[in-house]
Ligand binder design. Structure first.
Ligand SMILES: C[S@@+](CC[C@H](N)C(=O)[O-])C[C@H]1O[C@@H](n2cnc3c(N)ncnc32)[C@H](O)[C@@H]1O
Length: 463
């Protein structure tokens, strides 16, 4: 599986560090090179599950030459990562086509070793709210200069997405590279947040940048944008840019912090079954299409996916919304599958007891055009809910179709209800099963909710 590391230096970046870990939650590792700070930068970073902190001190203030040498040493280090991305704390980048970075990079030909990030400066627009530091940053500041080659933006076109082990070196400020070429059509988009909000831009740029420049930087002319900038200039710039055009779509999706099927299957796949077998139950019912039309979901969570028939139905129904579909299943079968009758039971496990069903599920999507939107979480439903909750993921539709035992159905409903977005829907099938209907009754009575039954089979609850 393709792995990506993001490398970034931090000093007194409490505000941006919190946004940074939200944006780069999809990275396999954020290597945070942290200088001793007077705020909570280190603590904020350490709280994120994918951050590794490396302590680092400049001998006499910010020195771009030392920083570049350190970055190049980190790039040259052998590592388990296929790609390394070098950014500053105010640089948020994403693939050109807004798919998960690992999926996009998996599609880049071997010969391509460096991708440019085309960042544009963003500013707080009149219509935008105060920053929420616990939400992804990019959609919070969507206005700026649309031309990425304008004088304001040109210095933020940086060759910073780098294939590992190819002797690529960066130059001062990461503006140029040596060792790769740009004769290709792959790039990342990006937002440059130096002036994204006066609430942090002034302090950050004046106290923590300008006043921290080393003698070597000042005499060598490095980091010049920080040499003379004043508080007044920053405030005036932010004020002058409060009516820029929109340059970032409000629909830009948060990248999922776990791999889609496209990413999982970029490696060795010989263990997958040769043939498609996508049998399911009630999976072709029109309720899937009806609910999709009703809520136009950005994300769907399916609890219990089996071979993927209902997930495939969701995928087909949501093509025009480009909905992400998260499938939570142990792929070990439920109690009824293990002990029930039917030909499927013989085929749950392979010769060493691992779930054959999982391989079949992956096989069924692998060659479909939906693979990059399907995110399998191979775990119990309850752990799946915890994982998704940890990543603050919610969904407009949650389909509960895991275990059909009474206590399990009730537990699944309780665990996933908090993840249903406001205005969203939780539903399930087999309401006539002895474990299902009573569990739905109990759940709705406990919360004073209503459910409806559709075609004598599906229960539906609206939030
Ligand atoms: C009825 S099948 C799902 C069918 C699928 N939705 C379809 O229509 O094609 C139930 C699935 O739930 C899974 N399952 C049962 N109990 C589970 C649990 N506690 N956690 C996660 N998955 C579970 C089983 O492995 C099985 O694949």
């Amino acid at each position: 599986m393709l792995r990506v590391q993001v490398i970034c230096f931090f000093y007194n970046e409490e505000t941006l560090a919190r946004l940074f870990i939200q944006h780069y939650a999809w990275a396999d590792e954020i290597l945070a090179v942290v200088s001793r700070s007077t705020d909570r930068t280190r603590e904020c970073l350490e709280a994120a599950p994918n951050v590794r902190v490396m302590d680092f001190e400049f001998p006499a203030g910010m020195d771009d030459r030392i920083k570049t040498d350190t970055v190049n040493a980190l790039l040259a280090e052998p590592s388990p990562f296929d790609w390394k991305i070098v950014v500053d704390a105010d640089e948020f980048i994403w693939p050109q086509s807004n798919v998960r970075a690992q999926d996009y990079l998996a599609s880049v030909p071997e010969l391509v070793t460096v991708l440019e990030a085309r960042m544009r400066n963003v500013f707080r627009h009149n219509s935008e709210r105060d920053l929420d530091l616990d939400q992804p940053p990019v959609v919070q500041r969507r206005f700026g200069d649309p031309d990425y080659r304008s004088p304001e933006n040109i210095m933020y076109q940086k060759p910073i997405v780098i294939r590992s082990g190819r002797n690529i070196c960066l130059d001062l400020g990461n503006h140029r590279q040596a060792g790769g070429t740009f004769d290709h059509a792959f790039w990342f988009e990006g937002a440059h947040w130096q002036n994204a909000d006066p609430s942090f831009a002034v302090v950050r740029r004046v106290r923590d940048r300008r006043d921290r420049q080393s003698e070597a930087n000042l005499s060598g002319g490095y980091g010049v944008q920080h040499h003379r900038v004043t508080e007044k200039q920053i405030i005036a710039l932010c004020a002058a840019r409060r009516n820029c055009p929109q340059i970032i779509s409000s629909e830009l999706k948060k990248m999922k912090p776990f791999p889609s099927i496209t990413q999982l299957t970029s490696g060795e796949t010989s263990q997958l079954p040769e043939h498609e077998d996508i049998q399911g139950w009630n999976s072709d019912d029109q309720i899937f299409d009806e609910l999709v039309e009703l809520v136009a979901p950005k994300t769907i969570i399916e609890v219990g996916s089996w071979k993927g028939r209902s997930a495939m139905h969701f995928a087909q129904a949501t093509e025009r919304f480009a909905t992400d579909i998260i499938c939570v299943d142990t792929w070990l079968g439920g109690f009824d599958h293990v002990f029930g009758s039917g030909s499927e039971n013989d085929r749950l496990l392979d010769s060493v007891g691992s779930p054959r069903l999982y391989h079949q599920f992956i096989r069924n999507f692998k060659k479909s055009r939906h693979a990059q939107r399907i995110y399998p979480i191979q775990n119990t439903s309850i752990n799946g809910a915890r994982i998704l909750n940890h990543h603050k993921i919610s969904a407009e539709i949650i389909y509960i179709d895991g275990s059909h035992e009474y206590a399990d159905v009730h537990d699944d409903m309780c665990a996933f209800w908090p993840l249903v977005a406001l205005g969203g829907i939780m539903f399930g099938d087999d309401v006539g099963f002895p474990g299902v209907g009573p569990a739905v009754m109990r759940f709705t009575i406990e919360r004073d909710l209503k459910f409806i039954v559709v075609r004598n089979n599906f229960w539906v609850i609206k939030k």
